[in-house]
Design a protein around this ligand. Structure first.
Ligand code: TYM
Length: 386
């Protein structure tokens, strides 16, 4: 039994990503892969440089194809179970950067159905409200509206259903039980849902001339892709490829930032006062007293506050390294380090909230898949599905 757990619905304990790489059968992003990324993009994005996006499946193939003029499309998503926190923003910000690099379209799936099925407390109206609030948050992160298609499962199921049924035909109960840990008590909607989340990993091929589907997401979503990759061969479509991120830790030790544990998370809607209260109580690698900190130095390697700088709030590698060293040397005290982070997080959130407030209903309508793609043309294409 491991002392940590990562599933699409739960993450706890001190996550050992090297063990996860082995357990999930994915490939680490090695130095030679980083070199390939540099060859193709001219730089290594911060998230890869710092090991925040740390593993993949077939990313080398995507990059080589791209180098030879064969584009991928991107696919990522959000399960609207509540307000979004800054951890959710992380893969989305990275996806937006990749959208610029690959100059391609992105499918953004909002799994209102998944959250309704999974959470007995959530009614359709609540899910619906969260969905639209979350769509606004995601658009505020800056996706190119001309190349962005939002799929909201309840509303747009007709774009997914035929693919999902073809996928479902190839997934048995014993597969989903083994991959997702489903039991006799799991409702049948959750069993079928695996094929709904797989569908956008194939939909892009019916929309445009693209060669791969690349999915940037945190590693917790990986079980879905394992199933989708197995099915791909059977439905004669390319296997979806992935680049996996680490989970931004929660503010308390060994707890993933989670919408369902409010004190663990900084929400995109938090104001400065809340941010300050949460960060001031965050778990750090500091010593119990100022004297000890000055004498022995802190431990940024286990510090949540340092992680936040590293994951999102310090772009400059040199400044990050300096912060690390000043902490180790006992020059930087936790209070100062936390206050600086409060300023940065609050500034980021204020800007985000302003942009979000400027997003009008018509901006949302503009990116909805049903306003961009004629279903009839797709249905014709779907005829090749088996
Ligand atoms: P959801 O809403 O749980 O998470 C949305 C995205 O955020 C990632 N994530 C995190 N990343 C960093 N730190 C964290 N603490 C953290 N918590 C969550 C998730 O990996 C995900 O990338 N079923 C999905 C919705 C979905 C989806 C997709 C996600 C549908 N299609 C395709 C990714 C790719 C869900 O509930 O995500």
């Amino acid at each position: 039994m491991e002392d940590f757990e990562v599933t699409p619905w739960k993450a706890s304990g001190d996550i050992n990503y090297e063990k996860l790489i082995k357990k999930f059968g994915v490939s680490p992003i090695t130095d030679s892969m980083k070199q390939l990324i540099k060859d193709v993009f001219g730089e290594i994005p911060l998230e890869v440089r710092r090991g925040i996006f740390f593993s993949h499946r077939d990313l080398d193939k995507v990059l080589k194809d791209f180098k030879e003029g064969r584009k991928p499309y991107l696919y990522t998503g959000r399960g609207p179970s509540g307000p979004m926190h800054i951890g959710h923003a992380l893969p989305l910000i990275f996806t937006r950067k990749l959208q610029e690099k690959f100059d391609t379209f992105v499918l953004l799936q909002f799994t209102s159905d998944e959250k309704f099925l999974y959470n007995p407390e959530l009614g359709p109206e609540q899910v619906y409200n969260y969905t639209f609030d979350n769509i606004r948050d995601v658009l505020a992160l800056g996706f190119d509206p001309d190349k962005t298609y939002v799929i909201e499962d309840f509303r747009h199921i007709k774009y997914l259903y035929q693919i999902a049924v073809s996928v479902a035909k190839r997934i048995t109960y014993s597969i989903v039980r083994a991959v997702f840990g489903f039991t006799n008590e799991t409702n049948i909607g959750m069993l079928f849902f695996a094929s709904i989340q797989a569908a956008p990993a194939f939909l892009g091929y019916f929309m445009d001339d693209v060669y791969n589907c690349l999915i940037p997401a945190a590693i917790d979503q990986d079980p879905y892709w394992r199933v989708a990759r197995d099915v791909a061969v059977k439905i004669k479509l390319p296997k979806p490829t992935q680049i996996h991120g680490k989970l931004l830790p929660g503010l308390k030790k060994d707890v993933k930032m989670s919408s369902s544990v409010p004190e663990s998370a900084i929400y995109l809607s938090d104001d400065r006062k809340r941010v300050k209260k949460k960060l001031m109580n965050a778990f750090t690698g500091g010593q119990p007293t100022v004297e000890l900190q000055r004498k022995k130095g802190g431990n940024p390697s286990i510090c949540v506050v340092f992680d936040y700088y590293k994951f999102l709030f310090e772009e400059d590698d040199k400044a990050l390294k300096e912060r690390y060293e000043r902490c180790r040397a006992g020059e930087l005290l936790c209070g100062e380090c936390k206050m600086d982070l409060v300023d940065r997080v609050s500034r980021f959130l204020e800007n985000h909230q302003k942009t979000k407030a400027s997003i009008k209903d018509k901006d949302i309508e503009r990116v909805m898949i049903d306003n961009k793609i004629d279903l009839h043309s797709l249905v014709n294409e779907f005829k090749m599905l088996r």
